[in-house]
Design a protein. Sequence first.
Length: 388
Amino acid sequence: MSRPDLLLLGAGLASGLIAQALTEHRPEVSFLVLERGPSIGGNHTWCFHPDDLGQAEAPLIEPAVGHRWPVHSVIFPNLGHRQIDAGYLCVPSERFHAALAPRLRDRIRFGAEIVEVTPTSVRLASGEVLEAGAVIDARGAAPSPHVSLGFQKFCGLEVQLDEPLALDGPVIMDATVPQEGGFRFVYTLPFAPDRVLIEATSYANSPQLPAETFASDVLAYAKAKGWKVAKVIREEKGVLPITLAGDVQAFWEEARGVPRAGLRAGLFHQATGYSLPEAARLAALIARTRDLSAPALFATIREHAIRRWRDQGFYRAINRMLFLAAEPERRVQVFGHFYRLPAPLIARFYAGQSTAFDKVRILSGKPPVPIPHAVGALARRHPIGAPA
Ligand SMILES: Cc1cc2nc3c(=O)[nH]c(=O)nc-3n(C[C@H](O)[C@H](O)[C@H](O)COP(=O)(O)OP(=O)(O)OC[C@H]3O[C@@H](n4cnc5c(N)ncnc54)[C@H](O)[C@@H]3O)c2cc1C
């Protein structure tokens, strides 16, 4: 392929979905995916709720769905175990790779370390320069001085158990664990009666991940539950951005005309750090975009991302309440209050589609943080440290 229409940088979730959408809906568009690693999607387990995706997006991810459950649960102090009668789906990255790789064949290059990017070209570590009609930079999150972040960090162990469990479905938050240094919970995905992914998670102010401590928390949790771990099959870990405030125009100026996707475009749920639904939405949008030249694509993606940023202002306000106003050990109460609310409201929250009435309900009741702190935190709009 001498000069493809598009170069997709990184073969992660966002690039993979764009490649899938183009293959499906725009077979005339030529593209090449460049990835430094050996596979598509790295080492992740991506989960989502069925209502997170619309009709245009769901088919893009469908071939890669590895597990689906009809219900899921949360466990909170003062709430107990609450089953939510809504489905939960999971995409293991090996399956994402297996679904996509045969469709991409020679349209993907592994072991390609990208070192320099312009809107229409990239330079690889080998010195090779590749040109295209446009580049889409989807190499994952990059730090920016224009946004202030908290962090959701986690470490998960997929384990084989000696004896089968009788879990009905995923427990997406068990917050009855000690609340030290931030909101902490354990997340359990039962892939089979005797094979589960158990993840220790913390909403914390710093991005440092003491993975060994988290891993021993996971094993301690399993032990406390009476689950006998026969062996650890796999480990996954990550630190996700939780946006508190920012200047979205300045964030996009930094891109210098390079179209972006995924976390690099700031396209993720601002309260959870999850990006699968946003990545699928952008992939569907790119497949609908006629003019894929670099300036037109940049303008389309930028406008979309700025609109999604503005749509999610309420979630950033919640984050500020969580990170700036609540004592780390009391952050659990913000979520505890949320999970008392009706299931359709919870579904709209995760889909990033909370109504005005939902927002009032989420903020109503006895606040878990001192009111002056909450009011101050909710009012902030700009990066922390910048003039408000
Ligand atoms: C362990 C983990 C679990 C997660 N779970 C969920 C979940 O359940 N649901 C959800 O919606 N979100 C989840 N997320 C959040 C988010 O959806 C993922 O981080 C998602 O993978 C981000 O997609 P992306 O395409 O922006 O970046 P990535 O998927 O990280 O892809 C970036 C790709 O770019 C490549 N790359 C980077 N630099 C270069 C370079 N210089 N040259 C070449 N290639 C490069 C990387 O190797 C990688 O393959 C999770 C994140 C993590 C870390």
